[in-house]
Design a protein. Structure first.
Length: 459
């Protein structure tokens, strides 16, 4: 009788814990996107169902830092140092010789932490899913691992110095002029938000972090109610949902987590900033090592996909190709060696940014560069976008989408930083799951055909 009750309980849990909210076919991508939501924890789960035998998964948590101590980055390292069910020093490394995985990784973004993997084998997929879920939900977070992975004091011939995997990693990263520039740009473009902080950690602030603070961060943010799960491929979705709930999620109750990214303060006038940074280790021209950018804070790309798409096209028109206006005005003219890091329309954060500028310029020519950018933009406003550049930009975007359709699964999960954000987090930020590319593109093409396409208002 008890055995029968247990079986019936499991059947009920399988049938009602995960609820299918929407299902949308996307013939251009040969897949169907299904959005499930956990009835108790409210966790969204997005399954991109397709006949691809590759099975991919990404477990994401919104992790919004409140300082420069690198807590999200350090926690990403520590959760991979053993868990309750897998109490070994490095379960991920152990799985390399015991798994048929085609990809395993973890990322720390500016407002999220992601744990993706993929495999061709169904049994291996379930094993990896267990390792990942146990690692992120029930990590050991030992002090010895904190000292190894985050930060510690160690004795050297020069005396006591700070060490640790994350500390050393960020110490190297932040000596790069490009990384320093991008952080300073984000810090001043998004004041009062989580983006003003370095989620990877500032080497000057990381030593202030404690393991107790890291554990509190885990309790706050690494909860199923603050997570999103992405699944991709041909799989028994009912079996996967049951595994997630019966082995892990049923141990939790709903928890309200304040991890929402607040909007940045709008400026009433432009801010002009000058920040010193280390010189390039191997400059082409020692006299031209400055970087200059004009960056505009934009609205959320998720709130207005059409405008965001138009800005993406405009970014391509302005920057891509040797005939583009900014290439001719800034690079071919010799004012700069290359575009500044982060140039173009970037919607990898909740509120997007549009940046124009150059790297490898002379400090004495910065005012001239600013004037050239302003003149180029005013010329686009007065004369419009050249038709050939516009059509070329749209065509290139279409080609990228076709290639993405042909090279999905784990290859999408291991692309560059901006693509990672786009593929895994844009839908999460807008609480939606349906790719909107085709709808937005067709809307733009209809507008072009009628001569009314583009942006209206003070963009």
């Amino acid at each position: 009788m008890c055995h029968s009750f247990l079986v019936n309980s499991l059947m009920l849990r399988r049938g009602f814990t995960w609820q299918l909210h929407t299902s949308t076919a996307h013939p251009d991508f040969n897949l169907t996107s299904n959005l499930y939501r956990h009835s108790v924890l409210r966790t969204p789960l997005i399954h991109l169902s397709t006949k691809d035998t590759h099975k991919a998964c990404a477990v994401l948590f919104r992790t919004t830092p409140e300082n420069d101590r690198g807590t999200p980055h350090c926690l990403e390292h520590l959760v991979l140092c053993g868990s309750q069910r897998y109490p070994v020093r490095d379960p991920f490394f152990s799985m390399l010789n015991r798994s048929l995985n085609t990809y395993m990784n973890a990322w720390t973004g500016p407002d999220f932490t992601a744990y993706p993997f993929s495999t061709l084998n169904s049994k291996d997929f379930e094993n990896l899913l267990r390792v990942y879920l146990d690692s992120v939900l029930f990590p050991r977070l030992r002090d010895i691992d904190f000292k190894q992975e985050a930060v510690r004091l160690e004795m050297t011939e020069k005396g006591l110095v700070y060490g640790g995997v994350v500390f050393n990693e960020m110490k190297g990263a932040m000596t790069e002029p490009q990384a320093h520039f991008l952080h300073q740009l984000s810090k001043h473009l998004y004041p009062g938000t989580t983006y003003q902080y370095n989620s990877g950690g500032d080497p000057e602030a990381i030593p202030q972090l404690t393991n107790a603070e890291l554990k509190a961060f885990h309790r706050r943010f690494y909860h199923p109610s603050n997570s999103t799960i992405f699944l991709y491929g041909d799989m028994d979705i009912s079996r996967t949902l049951a595994l997630i709930d019966e082995e892990y999620f049923h141990k939790f109750q709903y928890q309200e987590v304040d991890s929402e990214v607040k909007p940045a303060k709008r400026l009433s006038a432009p801010i002009h900033l000058k920040q010193p940074c280390a010189p390039s280790p191997a400059p082409i021209d020692p006299a031209a090592q400055a970087m200059f950018a004009v960056s505009f804070l934009c609205d959320s790309a998720c709130a207005d996909p059409y405008t965001a798409f138009c800005l993406s096209v405009l970014s391509a028109v302005l920057h891509d190709g040797q005939k583009s206006p900014l290439y001719l005005a800034l690079l071919e003219s010799g004012l700069g060696k290359e575009y500044v890091p982060g140039a173009g329309f970037d919607h990898s954060t909740k509120e997007a940014a549009f940046t124009m500028g150059v790297n490898g310029c002379k400090e004495a020519e910065i005012d001239q560069i600013a004037a050239v950018i302003d003149t180029t933009l005013r010329g686009i406003v007065d004369k419009g976008v050249p038709t050939d550049l516009l059509e070329s930009a749209i065509h290139q975007i279409e080609i990228k989408q076709v290639l993405a359709s042909a090279e999905r699964s784990e290859k999408q999960l291991r692309t560059g930083t901006h693509q990672r954000h786009d593929a895994l987090c844009s839908a999460w930020r807008q609480s939606s799951h349906s790719p909107q590319y085709q709808r937005v593109l067709k809307s733009l093409e209809r507008g072009l055909g009628s001569g009314k396409a583009g942006l209206s208002g003070p963009h």
